[in-house]
Every structure is written in structure tokens, then in C-alpha cells.
Design a protein around this ligand. Sequence first.
Ligand code: PSU
Ligand code: MN
Length: 314
Amino acid sequence: MNHSRRFVVLQAEVATALREQRAVVALESTIISHGMPYPRNLETARDLEQVVRSAGAVPATIAILDGSFRVGLSADELEQLATGTDVMKASRRDLGIAFASRRPAATTVAATMIGAHAAGIRVFATGGTGGVHRGVETTMDVSADLQELARTPVAVVSAGVKSILDIRRTLEYLETFGVPVYGLRTEEFPAFYTRHSGLPVPLVVESVAELAAALNAQWDAGIRSGALVATPIPEGDELQHGYIEAIIERAVAEAEREAISGKQLTPFLLGRIVELSGGRSLEANVALVRNNARVAAQLAQALEADAAAAENDR
Ligand code: PSU
Ligand code: MN
């Protein structure tokens, strides 16, 4: 028995799917508790599970409740995370206290990767990961998500990263730490609300099958890092670059003026962007995360198919 088992509780449906080697997609909970306002957060959390199902995989939303990672949540538990005022934001370093205190905690990309890996799930859909913040020269603010991508073998499907971050430096950091960054049918790294960042994607793949073969090869070869998969927001849902950029700049300036730092910074920026855009950013966010959930479900199936084909070749 793996020592982490004590802290991982699988929902029955998820456990069965994993045992039968069916496709499972992990979903995070910080986006629910700290990334979107109520009630859109709850609607989106439910909707994402439905999108994963419709695309042929089993959803496993991950959070920490009663002292363990919960992999797959009930409707009541989702609601608790969406409405609770006392929900911790837990990244890697917060896990010990979250387990021991038995407080409810929403998991960031980093913590969700740890929970997914402990459960045996290899694909995880989110909106955007954390990264290197603008102003890193003075703040040294680099999300723990990036180190997690370097050390935990889970593929994270995203719409790129928001330009609340320094996208160029985020990509440099990922290169330094050996994290593969794949663009699915895109040569340009997407910037969350827009399809364009002006920066090239390091590794371009044309299909989920090609991506699955590369991921399985990486892991079979014993390269135990994760991977960042970037797929752009659908064209019709994209926000205009100049419009959203002005809003982001204003939010970043406000955060600086109010000296907001540490784990509060990302939720503050996300909240201000929703307010300043009159909710338009929220609709774009929902659209892109739905798209990511669908792609992740396809990728999870492709990974199973690729592994089965490799097994047959032996
Ligand atoms: N970026 C988004 N939406 C989010 C987050 C990031 O566009 O909801 C959340 C994710 O859970 C991510 C976390 O893992 O914020 C990163 O926080 P920090 O920058 O404090 O590491
Ligand atoms: Mn940070």
C-alpha cells in the first residue's frame, strides 16, 4: 500500500473506472472556491463534470474534506466548496495542515496534481495554471504550480496562462525545469482570454493521439515530470486583446497599490478582472474551461487506447 493512500478517498464511480482502466479526468476546486463568484462557480463545476461525461470520460473533482483528498465529489460537497466562506486555498505546502486540521480546502493546480497522481489519474483539466507573476524581479512571486509540473507525472490541460502573469518568463521557467509544453493544434501559446500571446509553443501536436503517444513514451521511459497542454479558447468566445489587456493592467496596478501578495494575489486579480469586465471575462473563462474539459476527456481516452495498443504489440 502506498503511504499516501491514507489521505486519498476515491468516490466509488471513480474507483471503478480506474480499476477498469477507463478514462478519468481530474478537475480542480480552487477555481470553484476562489476563482469564480457564486453562483457561476457552482454552475460551472457541475457543468464541467457533465462535459467530461458527454465526451466519454469519468470526472473526478478533487478537494480536501475531513482530512483527506477526496477524488470525486457529491453534489452537496460541490455546493459546500462553492458557498463556504471558510474554505482554505491549498497548494503543495498547505497539504499537511489541511489534512491534520480537517478543514475544508480547495486544491490549486499543484495540489490537485498531487491528489490526481495519488489516485492514479493522469489527465487534469483546468482553466489556466499559475505561473511567473509580472514584477517577479522584485516580488519573486512564482506559482508552486510550475514546480509541481516539473515533479508530478500528470498532464494538465489549460488554455495557456493569463496575462496577469509574465507569459514569456513562465515559459522560460518551464523550459529550465524540463516541463514539456504542448500546443494542441496551435503554434502560438494561447493567453487564456485570447488565442494569442505572440510566443511560440515549444512542442506542437496535431491530435490527442499524437499527444497521448508522446506522454506515454515520456512516462514509460521513466521521465517523471508532468506536462502542460495548451489549447486555445474557442474563436467565438475570445475576448479582444486590447480590451482585456487594459483591464488586466488596471487590476495588476491595484494589487500593487494595495500591497496584495502571497496566495491572495491570484484570487484578487481574478475577482477584479470579473468586476472590471462586467462579467465578460467570467463568460470567457467558463467557455475555455469547458473546452479544456472536453479536450482532457479525449486525451484521457487516447492515453488508454495508446497504452492498450502498446500492450498488444508486446
Ligand atoms: N488562474 C486562473 N484561474 C484560477 C487559478 C489560476 O486563471 O482559478 C487558480 C488555480 O487553482 C491555480 C492557482 O493553481 O490559482 C494559482 O495560485 P497561485 O498563483 O497562488 O499559485
Ligand atoms: Mn504566488
